[in-house]
Design a protein. Structure first.
Length: 234
């Protein structure tokens, strides 16, 4: 059964939160057909192993907590976990580290997520502007987006033609065409993601911000995946 975005937002409001938890954000993305890694939330090391075996190795483990903003600062993220034994070990290590470095933080479990392969990292986002309403954004850089500041904006909702123009506005557009031995990237998959995000934010007035970063864009014809997602609601 497809995730229900209205039910997800109702849960967030009922709990008095302004942000979706990471797995909720991924579920919201799924509800709009956005490509996300396979994932599940574990509440024990044994459950983490079952989820990892279902997904396939390697996996990423991330603590799920509404009280932790930067997971890596509290030892809440482990990449490249490759065996069931390592899943058990790293699950317990994450819980211990969070208890030590963020005492009192509410921990809802550990996200077990497919580890996504290498590609061009971009950011896709949206914000609700007081004057223009929902605005969608795409940019090059992933973790370096604040340094590069290579982004383009349009009022939502946008069409595929609009998104093509947004991409051509970017200084790093040549990266999508293939650059210094790197293959051309799947622009069609990225265009589809931006269009869907623009529709998502236009259809839900309670969503204030969307931050999909990184979105990994693979070689032409191989698609793209939303690795991390953050939603802020009113």
């Amino acid at each position: 059964m497809a995730p229900n975005p209205k039910a997800l937002l109702a849960t967030v409001r009922a709990e008095g939160r302004v942000k979706l938890l990471e797995h909720e954000a991924l579920l919201f993305c799924e509800s709009y057909g956005l490509p996300v890694p396979r994932f599940g939330v574990a509440r024990s090391s044994a459950e983490a192993v079952r989820i990892a075996e279902r997904i396939g190795f390697p996996v990423v483990l991330k603590v799920v907590s509404p009280d932790i903003l930067h997971k890596s600062d509290v030892g809440g993220v482990v990449l490249g976990v490759r065996t069931p034994e390592e899943v058990e070990e790293k699950y317990s290590a994450i819980i211990r580290s969070v208890e030590r470095k963020a005492p009192g933080a509410r921990v809802y479990g550990v996200l077990v997520q497919e580890m996504v392969g290498r590609g061009l990292e971009v950011i896709v986002g949206a914000v609700r502007d007081p004057q223009f309403g929902p605005v969608v954004m795409v940019g090059v850089g992933g973790v370096f987006v604040e340094l590069l500041r290579d982004v383009s904006f349009r009022v939502a909702p946008v069409t595929p033609v609009d998104v093509e123009e947004m991409l051509r506005d970017l200084k790093g557009y040549r990266l999508f065409e293939g650059y210094r031995g790197e293959p051309p990237r799947d622009k069609r998959a990225l265009v589809d993601i931006v269009v869907r995000v623009s529709r998502l934010v236009a259809e839900h007035e309670e969503i204030n911000e969307v931050d999909l970063n990184p979105v990994v864009v693979f070689a032409e014809g191989q698609g793209a995946k939303v690795v991390d997602a953050r939603f802020v609601v009113r």
